[in-house]
Write a protein that binds this ligand. Structure first.
Ligand code: GLC
Length: 548
């Protein structure tokens, strides 16, 4: 067995992701805060988490809820103070939990002093800290609309891969890179346990683009297809590793849409830059291209989902992988991956079995451990998420009716994952005593932490059991992964093997009974499942972990 695996704390325990704005409001302003996080550390600990990834808590105009940063080394007063942050680090440490920060280094806010200076003239000291051009191309930004914005003061366009208010930083400039490394090192000195590195595939813009800003050649003008994973990007990232990550007992996980499984060894592990990488192949399996146009999505084929998961398991055999089905950008997994009509509680538990059954570090997104489902707003104006508005406009421009466009927004909006946490059955689910910034899901009376705490069959208690099982089970921690029956569209079956010891995970993705293909192995005993009894076939949405 590879002993090194046990030396990495971040491989042994799950990571819990918090979207602070929606977690718990202690001030009454309707927005979650750091004191709310501090007060719920025991909830997080009860899931066995070894780390908390906080999405951005830096000062920000909040156009993209904190992913538009106007100061990289301070705390947004909306969330609290630096003293609150230090207390969070200390309180978390007392429970053996590390705090992981989000580094948003592809772009800043257009209100960041660097950008204000950069846009003020063509010859100020920060004139080339952003990506300025005289001409624009036909590229479409990830949130819809042109990826270029005209700036009157400079008489030039600037590039924004995401929202207009998120200008891309110019990584070719060494001063820019140094300023970003300094910011990350600031947080290391304060005691953070790692970083999630946002949208990192976009930092390098292609040479040909720098020479002449071409229009997209293939008729598709998604900026993603023009600049993601440009050759040379790994040189920047190795520098970031040397200047920031090396020599610290931290973990790093990059967000890297469209890094192909076969390229993973360049990005993670011995030869790579990060400890883990969020690639998107399984969560984007309903989309044709990396730029995930919502209204061009197709129904998920289970065989394709399984292939995506198996390919990344294979590609990280000698390294490590973050297992995730949810985050603040994706719809709730119960709605996303299980057919309409599936029992929501069974589905949440079934997905949890896969989350803890695959090889890698499970990432639990707030609410996932309670079995949260998608929300539904009836008009586009009720959506806060900037990408939902972009996707809606794009669908309308492509000829969809308002009703059709809304169907896709309801299905894929990031607000599905951003409704407030449901702590108890009191007003606003105990999230705030004020008016929540986004409406609480209407199922909060039955689906909340307090109710689930008392119910030993709840999703919450199932997560706790699974987490305890995984962290004490060598086969689940490090056993080799193999998929069985990859072509079936009904079941996901895989094994984890360590020497003589074997685990089999079997999940029925349909709403009817399905026979197990054959006796899958001799002496298999059910260890845990989402039904209390056992049959020799799998019932609707049934998921079982067997061991020998
Ligand atoms: C990442 C974040 C997302 C954000 C975007 C721009 O994809 O996860 O929430 O909108 O980057 O920073």
């Amino acid at each position: 067995m590879n002993q090194k695996i046990f030396m990495n704390w971040w491989k042994k325990n799950p990571v819990y992701q918090i979207y602070p704005k929606s977690f718990l409001d202690t001030s009454g302003n309707g927005v979650g805060d750091l004191r709310g996080v501090i007060s719920k550390l025991d909830h997080i600990k009860s899931l066995g988490a070894g780390a908390i990834w906080l999405t951005p808590i830096y000062p920000s105009p909040m156009v993209d809820n904190g992913y538009d940063i106007s100061d990289y080394t301070a705390i947004n007063p909306l969330f609290g103070s630096m003293a609150d942050f230090d207390e969070l680090i200390a309180e978390a440490r007392a429970r053996d939990i590390k705090i992981v920060m989000d580094l948003v280094f592809n772009h800043s806010s257009d209100k960041h002093p660097w950008f204000l200076e950069s846009k003020s003239s063509r010859d100020n000291p920060k004139a080339d800290w952003y990506v300025w051009r005289d001409e624009k191309t036909n590229w479409r930004g990830i949130f819809g609309g042109s990826a270029w914005q005209w700036c009157e003061e400079r008489g030039q366009y600037y590039l924004h891969t995401f929202a207009t208010e998120q200008p891309d930083l110019n990584w070719e400039n060494p001063d820019v890179r140094q300023a970003l490394y300094d910011a990350a090192n600031f947080w290391l000195k304060r005691g953070v346990g790692g970083f999630r590195i946002d949208a990192i595939v976009y930092i390098k813009k292609p040479e040909k683009f720098l020479d002449g800003a071409p229009d997209s050649p293939d008729g598709s003008c998604a900026v993603h297809n023009m600049i993601a994973n440009t050759d040379g990007i790994l040189d920047f990232l190795h520098e970031l590793k040397r200047e920031v990550f090396d020599g610290h007992d931290i973990f790093t996980v990059g967000e890297a849409n469209s890094v192909k499984p076969e390229d993973l060894p360049e990005w993670v592990g011995e030869r790579g830059v990060f400890d883990m990488l969020f690639e998107f192949s399984h969560v984007n399996v309903m989309f044709k291209r990396g730029d995930d146009v919502w209204h061009q999505s197709k129904p998920i084929k289970l065989s394709e989902l399984k292939k995506a998961l198996s390919d990344s398991q294979a590609a990280t055999r000698d390294s490590w992988y973050p297992i995730y089905f949810e985050n603040h950008d994706k719809p709730r997994s119960v709605n996303n991956f299980f057919p309409h009509g599936s029992d929501k509680i069974l589905a949440a538990k079934a997905l949890a079995i896969i989350l803890f059954g695959l090889r890698g570090t499970p990432f639990i997104y707030q609410g996932e451990e309670l079995g949260f489902t998608n929300t539904k707003f009836n008009s586009i104006d009720e959506y806060d998420d900037i990408s939902s508005r972009g996707a809606y406009n794009l669908a309308r421009a492509d000829g969809l009716s308002a009703k059709e466009a809304m169907r896709f927004v309801q299905k894929f909006s990031r607000d599905n994952a951003r409704t407030p946490m449901q702590w108890n059955s009191s007003a606003n689910a105990g999230f705030t005593r004020g008016k929540p910034w986004l409406p609480v899901h209407d199922d909060f009376k039955t689906c909340n932490a307090a109710v689930e705490e008392r119910d030993e069959n709840s999703v919450l208690n199932f997560y706790r059991r699974l987490s305890a099982l995984r962290s004490s089970n060598d086969v689940l921690l490090v056993g080799e992964y193999e998929e069985l029956y990859p072509r079936t569209e009904e079941l996901f079956i895989f094994t984890r093997t360590l020497g003589e010891k074997k685990i089999i995970v079997a999940v029925n993705f349909t709403t009817h009974d399905v026979d197990l293909p054959e006796k899958i192995f001799d002496g298999a005993k059910k260890i845990l499942g989402n039904y209390s009894d056992e049959k020799n076939y799998l019932r609707a949405t049934e998921a079982v972990i067997y061991g020998n």
